[in-house]
Design a protein around this ligand. Structure first.
Ligand code: FNR
Length: 188
């Protein structure tokens, strides 16, 4: 495969819908992409006090982003914003000042909710954060997934053909986006 994608799952739930969505996306992605999870559940809470000496988990996160060609965010919406655990991970990766791991990194955002607006508001919040972090976001297509029970099974099987086709197209668009960005901004 051509491109290494590090992906964030914004939920710590053991029954996470968004983790199931991440599995669906990996199954439906073109072969040019290979995936590594960027775990957020064991990170301490960020403090600038750590800037002089990052603990192992956040340092591992920064290293993993550095060795990825691109990042993908698969996250629920919490209270019309992003989960605190995900924001904490982004804060860690964005620091120390001058060593922002997201600088110029190709990125995409997607999420699922049982609710009708499918994480749209949470994604706007996430996009603001990633804009400030200077990630090269795919702006379209957007993907707001309303997921009633059974639509996305735990193993990533998508039971609706039209939803599977939509997610497949999203991942192809993401691969195209990554290729375009890396043409101008190569990452080794
Ligand atoms: C939610 N949920 C939710 N849903 C939504 O569509 N908009 C929202 O703002 C919120 N807010 C919210 C806050 C908190 C603290 C929780 C625990 C939940 C419901 C949420 O979409 C649902 O629990 C999903 O299943 C969460 O995704 P995961 O954890 O299953 O991936």
């Amino acid at each position: 495969s051509q491109y290494r994608v590090g992906y964030f799952v914004g939920s710590l739930s053991s029954t996470s819908l968004n983790r199931a969505l991440s599995r669906a996306l990996i199954r439906l992605a073109p072969e040019s992409l290979e995936f590594t999870e960027l775990p957020i559940g064991n990170l301490p809470l960020y403090s600038p006090d750590f800037d002089s000496a990052y603990p192992p988990e956040p340092q591992a996160l920064k290293n993993a982003i550095a060795s990825s060609h691109a990042v993908l965010f698969v996250s629920p919406e919490y209270n019309r914003s992003i989960p605190g655990a995900l924001k904490n991970a982004i804060d860690w990766a964005s620091r120390p000042w001058g060593q922002n791991s997201f600088d110029h990194v190709p990125a995409a955002v997607i999420g699922a909710s049982p609710g009708q607006i499918g994480t749209a508001v949470g994604q706007q919040s996430l996009r603001s954060v990633l804009s400030f972090c200077n990630a090269r976001q795919m702006t379209a297509p957007e993907a707001y997934i309303t997921a009633p029970p059974g639509l996305i099974q735990d193993d990533g099987e998508v039971t609706s053909e039209s939803t599977a086709a939509f997610l497949k197209d999203f991942m192809q668009e993401f691969a195209d986006h990554v290729a375009r960005v890396l043409t101008v901004l190569p990452r080794s």
